[in-house]
Design a protein around this ligand. Structure first.
Ligand SMILES: [Zn+2]
Length: 71
């Protein structure tokens, strides 16, 4: 699995200002996208529901780290 570094500007509670936040994600790009489509078709949409739930949970967890304070 290829790891990709994501960057975004977010408000940091510790720095009390907007700072650059980093996180690493397991981005596998087009191949994984095709796998998800195939699995969605094979499982009659069940996979898509699981994928959406997983994405929502993942978004809540976040994993963003402030570049300035490391929190
Ligand atoms: Zn910070």
């Amino acid at each position: 699995m290829a790891k990709a570094l994501e960057q975004t500007i977010k408000a940091c509670k510790h720095c009390q200002k907007k700072t650059v936040h980093n996180r690493t994600t397991n981005k596998t790009g087009l191949i994984m996208f095709l796998v998800h489509i195939v699995l969605t078709v094979v499982t009659a949409g069940v996979w898509l529901v699981l994928l959406i739930i997983w994405m929502i949970l993942n978004a809540k967890i976040g994993g963003w780290t402030c570049q300035e304070c490391g929190k």
